[in-house]
Design a protein around this ligand. Structure first.
Ligand SMILES: *[C@@H]1O[C@H](CO)[C@@H](O)[C@H](O)[C@H]1NC(C)=O
Ligand SMILES: *[C@@H]1O[C@H](CO)[C@@H](O)[C@H](O)[C@H]1NC(C)=O
Ligand SMILES: *[C@@H]1O[C@H](CO)[C@@H](O)[C@H](O)[C@H]1NC(C)=O
Ligand SMILES: *[C@@H]1O[C@H](CO)[C@@H](O)[C@H](O)[C@H]1NC(C)=O
Ligand SMILES: *[C@@H]1O[C@H](CO)[C@@H](O)[C@H](O)[C@H]1NC(C)=O
Ligand SMILES: *[C@@H]1O[C@H](CO)[C@@H](O)[C@H](O)[C@H]1NC(C)=O
Ligand SMILES: *[C@@H]1O[C@H](CO)[C@@H](O)[C@H](O)[C@H]1NC(C)=O
Ligand SMILES: *[C@@H]1O[C@H](CO)[C@@H](O)[C@H](O)[C@H]1NC(C)=O
Ligand SMILES: *[C@@H]1O[C@H](CO)[C@@H](O)[C@H](O)[C@H]1NC(C)=O
Ligand SMILES: *[C@@H]1O[C@H](CO)[C@@H](O)[C@H](O)[C@H]1NC(C)=O
Length: 372
């Protein structure tokens, strides 16, 4: 092999020294938030702390500087202080109120831009609302700043911001749409801009990620198990479907037996990861990665590989935020977290599982977030 072929894929190993990295993991049932430690040299993954939680948290997210964790908690959003790389302390749980107070919150995320507001959406039943929550100067959740509405038929499952924080995108699974809202830079409150319907009935946008250059949004179509590419107008924020999609299940497979799940960018923004889940335990889910150009268009789908199980309700992929090499994958069929390594094999690339931790508490594992 010529040495040059080894370097055809340039992974970003900016932090190349061996290190132990911590992750926090939520569950669908047990009132626990687990702290895991991944050693990237020994390739071990260990449970280092079982933090007491206020409820089962099916989605968790950091604030902009990782001093707090926000977590969906029934019809409330919970707030934890990150005490150190191991311990989380419950501070507050703020009910979302409004017309959706009977519905469970499904997703929460925090703006990376001042005033660092927190955004939460419910799913299932009458889920026409979203909630903007304010935070105190220390990042602890404070109060509901705005109740806003989608359609009566909506069920938004994922949110993402433009890199400058000016626009928020909502993936509306139940109303088959992608929404754009303008974010007020003083209050964090939202103003409706646009709703674009997905290109196909039953596409069902579930999660969305935005490229750091702001030119593209990547949307997981849960219903058709495709990854769809939208271009973003950098003035209006409005997305346009580019007509480009990639499969998240093998060609010819019956999409009604799968429900695609997550999409997330790698550390450098050079790669995109996406996953699908099997609806039955005798069908595996799939994991895929894509290489991106500097502007964020997709240059190629690197692989589409089966996951260990169907993924259950999880199969949420969480790329590390210090290197392009690693991604965590949660599994709620077994109750496990896996660490996958993206690597060049000389002709292209693939990913393989390098470490697995089983956490059997009848609810693990929902999603994972990398602390350090
Ligand atoms: C974590 O602690 C909770 C509460 O004591 C317990 O129910 C759960 O089983 C523990 N999890 C593990 C993996 O030991
Ligand atoms: C983290 O903070 C908790 C609470 O203050 C403390 O009990 C624990 O010893 C600390 N752990 C580490 C590794 O510093
Ligand atoms: C949100 O809705 C709840 C319940 O209807 C209401 O009590 C609260 O005042 C509203 N908050 C804002 C900021 O509009
Ligand atoms: C709640 O629902 C009522 C009746 O459908 C509607 O008039 C009102 O605007 C809704 N409030 C919010 C905050 O969505
Ligand atoms: C954060 O700020 C709020 C409001 O000032 C205060 O009530 C709370 O105790 C603070 N929490 C921490 C961990 O300092
Ligand atoms: C918006 O995009 C256009 C065309 O790609 C580019 O020329 C312009 O510099 C961009 N503006 C901003 C504010 O990013
Ligand atoms: C996508 O395809 C449709 C139908 O062929 C076409 O009208 C539209 O212009 C295309 N959009 C883009 C962004 O290429
Ligand atoms: C796909 O699976 C569904 C559910 O099992 C079934 O109803 C449908 O006929 C299948 N479609 C094809 C093309 O096999
Ligand atoms: C897979 O499981 C479903 C029910 O969960 C069952 O209907 C189907 O026959 C099974 N398929 C195979 C190939 O075992
Ligand atoms: C690259 O592909 C060639 C031809 O398919 C194959 O012989 C070779 O083993 C591959 N190299 C690696 C490192 O996979």
């Amino acid at each position: 092999m010529f040495p040059s072929t080894i370097f055809t894929l340039c992974f970003s190993f900016q932090v190349a020294e061996a290190a132990v990295h911590h992750l926090f993991v939520g569950t669908f049932g047990a009132a626990s938030l687990y702290t895991l430690a991944f050693d990237d040299e020994a390739l071990t993954l260990e449970l280092v702390k079982n933090n007491t939680a206020s409820a089962g948290h099916s989605w968790i997210s950091f604030d902009h500087d990782k001093k707090n964790v926000y977590a969906v908690a029934g019809s409330a959003v919970a707030s934890y202080t990150v005490q150190n790389d191991t311990s989380l302390r419950f501070d507050a749980s703020v009910p979302v109120g409004g017309n959706c107070s009977s519905v469970h919150e499904i997703f929460v995320t925090a703006s990376q831009i001042s005033p660092y507001s927190v955004y939460a959406v419910p799913f299932g039943g009458s889920a026409s609302c979203g909630t903007v929550l304010s935070v105190s100067s220390n990042g602890t959740l404070s109060h509901v700043a705005q109740n806003y509405t989608y359609l009566s038929t909506s069920g938004v499952h994922g949110l993402a911001f433009s890199p400058n924080g000016q626009f928020m995108y909502s993936a509306d699974d139940s109303a088959n749409s992608l929404w754009t809202h303008k974010v007020d830079s003083q209050t964090g409150e939202l103003t409706y801009i646009d709703r674009v319907v997905a290109p196909q009935t039953g596409a069902d946008p579930r999660h969305v990620a935005v490229h750091p250059e702001g030119g593209y949004a990547y949307v997981v179509f849960e219903g058709t198990s495709k990854l769809a590419v939208y271009s973003l107008d950098n003035t209006t924020g409005i997305p346009t479907f580019t007509n480009v999609t990639f499969p998240l299940i093998p060609e010819g497979y019956n999409a009604t037996l799968y429900w695609s799940d997550e999409v997330a960018l790698s550390f450098s923004g050079s790669y995109l990861w996406a996953t699908s889940r099997g609806h039955q335990t005798n069908l595996t889910g799939y994991i895929s990665a894509f290489s991106l150009t500097a502007s964020g268009s997709i240059s190629s789908q690197l692989f589409l590989a089966p996951t260990t199980t169907s993924g259950g309700a999880a199969n949420a992929v969480a790329p590390a935020d210090f290197s392009d090499q690693w991604a965590a994958l949660t599994d709620s069929e077994l109750g496990a977290v896996e660490i996958w390594r993206l690597e060049s094999n000389g002709n292209g690339s693939k990913a393989e599982i390098v470490a697995t931790l089983n956490i059997e508490d009848n609810g693990c594992c929902a999603n994972a977030i990398w602390y350090d």
